[in-house]
Write a protein that binds this ligand. Structure first.
Ligand code: 4NP
Length: 162
């Protein structure tokens, strides 16, 4: 069994469809939360689709993150690859559709745990983070609220005292 993850810091990958809205917001919120907690982790995000590869996050996502004090302008979209299942400990999908697409390319020797982002929050199990891409700008505020709560849950999970 291949495992590229032995004896290293925890590595978490956030996954959505385009990697320009939900998962870069989740990565940004998690980067801020883990930095505040002083916990060293590897964080990244990816999309199941390839339409936006190389693009920065959606301008509305960048604006919402900035409003919350987090700069995600330097992130660039990439597509999920089979190798990610051995490079990360945890791959967190924004919704069921992303989860299905991820399972479809999961290699037999995958070591990463795969689940939904909102499974980390009591009472939200099985729910998807709403995709704000096709909605109005204010959808990004509730997306941030969700990914920020997910980031706090992750910090608690990976906290040395937790
Ligand atoms: P995301 O949102 O999966 O949260 O990044 C979307 C971004 C782009 C598209 C769909 C959803 N798109 O169809 O291009």
């Amino acid at each position: 069994m291949r495992n590229d993850r032995q004896n290293t810091k925890p590595a978490i990958l956030f996954l959505c469809l385009g990697n320009i809205c939900r998962s870069p917001l989740a990565e940004g919120a998690a980067r801020a939360a883990f930095a505040r907690a002083g916990i060293d982790v590897t964080l990244d995000s990816a999309g199941t689709g390839d339409w936006h590869v190389g693009h920065p996050p959606d301008r509305r996502a960048q604006a919402e993150a900035r409003r919350r004090g987090v700069d995600i302008s330097g992130l660039r979209a990439r597509q999920l690859s089979p190798g990610d299942f051995c490079r990360f400990d945890l791959i967190l999908a924004a919704d069921e559709s992303n989860l299905r697409d991820a399972r479809a390319i999961r290699p037999a020797d995958a070591t990463a745990e795969l689940g939904l982002m909102l499974d980390l929050l009591p009472g939200r199990r099985g729910q998807g983070v709403t995709d704000p891409y096709y909605g109005k700008d204010d959808g990004f505020a509730s997306t941030w609220d969700d990914v920020d709560a997910i980031a706090s849950a992750l910090v608690a999970r990976f906290s040395p005292s937790g």
